[in-house]
Design a binder for this molecule. Structure first.
Ligand code: GN1
Ligand code: MG
Length: 364
């Protein structure tokens, strides 16, 4: 889809002359561009996003949630302070621009920052985890009734298996034969899939507002010090469980490879990275966590690997209609990587339980 044109950019309250524009290619759902504007001697940068309205059917909800979280972040006493993207207003008021070229939103770029695609070492993992925990401390101040999920049932893993079963049944793109083994394996994981829902229903795990996209590339690091300074991509913030977030974080940041890695030697959980992730996240949040949450953190990454594997495979079977793909069969490659992550997590389940037990103070 085309880049934002002048008639889109000129609707936002941005001063100066456009001097640079480049596409940011990291996301699987929305499309993003960064621009730089010269205003006298100052250069200011912005991020413009075309919101995927097939996925986010009520984009105004994203703005409402963002503003509520912004308010909570401004009031938060956490130290060191954590930045989140600041929305840029429209000249006509409001923050969401609907045009023939899409639903547009602009945020200020967080200067002197950089994102990473995978964790290089435990120190980086610890930094990222502390930032996500800090963000959770901010979210903990927002009642769940004040944030509305932009994607219904997003964290419901059993429904992800139902969607996979339906995709198998329909075999829309005629691809079932190449992935029968994977679908059978995933569809057999009903019990694991129900882990969170069961705990929430039994009230051993509370519902909180959570980020729901705790990938390593959603933390920004200070270019000079390497300290984590910001959390970005608030689109999936919704009521849910921190188990979902921690699971997503570990399955992405604890396995030091890309999401479409094919070299099986690289697709395994690194326990040193895991220890740092758990120390930074669970360690910092400890006082706010319940025993029910602490008892399931070691299983959460398995649930998330299962969920994402099912989502990628479903999309492959449906003909790649949800996640952006870079080559034919991309979603199948991604699904296989998550399946291997799931197997790797199973092998070290006991070690993970012990590490979490030590950090949370919960006897194992
Ligand atoms: C999508 O677009 P991105 O990278 O922020 C997806 C997440 C997945 C992730 C996998 C709204 O996030 O749930 O975990 O891809 N976001 C949505 O890389 O579905
Ligand atoms: Mg995202």
């Amino acid at each position: 889809m085309p880049a934002p044109t002048d008639d889109v950019l000129s609707e936002f309250l941005i001063q100066g002359r456009l001097v640079e524009m480049r596409q940011l290619t990291g996301g699987n759902i929305n499309e993003s561009w960064m621009t730089a504007w010269r205003d006298g001697s100052a250069i200011r940068r912005y991020v413009h996003q075309r919101i995927n309205t097939t996925v986010f059917q009520a984009p105004e909800l994203l703005i409402r949630n963002h503003l509520r979280i912004w308010e909570a972040a401004c009031k938060s006493p956490i130290q060191p302070p954590l930045a989140i993207p600041k929305l840029v207003a429209l000249k006509a008021g409001g923050y969401l621009l609907i045009t023939a070229s899409g639903a547009w939103r602009t945020t200020e770029f967080i200067e002197r920052s950089t994102a990473i695609q995978k964790c290089e070492n435990p120190a980086q993992a610890l930094q990222a985890a502390q930032a996500f925990a800090g963000f959770q401390l901010i979210l903990n101040t927002i009642p769940t009734s004040e944030i509305q999920s932009a994607i219904p049932h997003f964290q419901n893993v059993p429904r992800r298996l139902d969607a996979l079963a339906a995709a198998v049944e329909a075999n829309h793109a005629g691809r079932l034969n190449e992935c029968r083994q994977e679908t059978t394996l995933l569809l057999a994981q009903r019990q694991l899939a129900g882990t969170f829902d069961q705990a929430v229903t039994q009230r051993t795990v509370p519902e909180r507002v959570v980020h729901a996209d705790l990938k390593i590339n959603n933390v920004l690091f200070d270019l000079e010090t390497g300290h984590s300074i910001a959390v970005i991509d608030l689109d999936a913030c919704m009521p849910g469980t921190v188990l979902y977030d921690f699971g997503d974080f570990v399955r992405s940041a604890g396995v030091p490879c890309e999401e479409d890695e094919t070299d099986s030697a690289k697709i395994r959980l690194d326990l040193d990275l895991f220890t740092a992730l758990a120390e930074g996240y669970i360690g910092r949040l400890k006082a706010a966590l319940t025993a029910g949450e602490c008892a399931l953190f070691h299983l959460a990454p398995q649930v998330l690997a299962l969920s994402l594997a099912s989502r990628f495979l479903t999309d492959h079977l449906n003909g790649d209609i949800y996640f952006r793909t870079k080559f034919p069969g991309h979603n199948l490659v991604r699904a296989r990587t998550q399946i291997q992550i799931l197997a790797s997590l199973r092998k070290v389940e006991r070690e993970m339980l012990q590490i979490v037990g030590k950090i949370s103070g919960l006897a194992v």
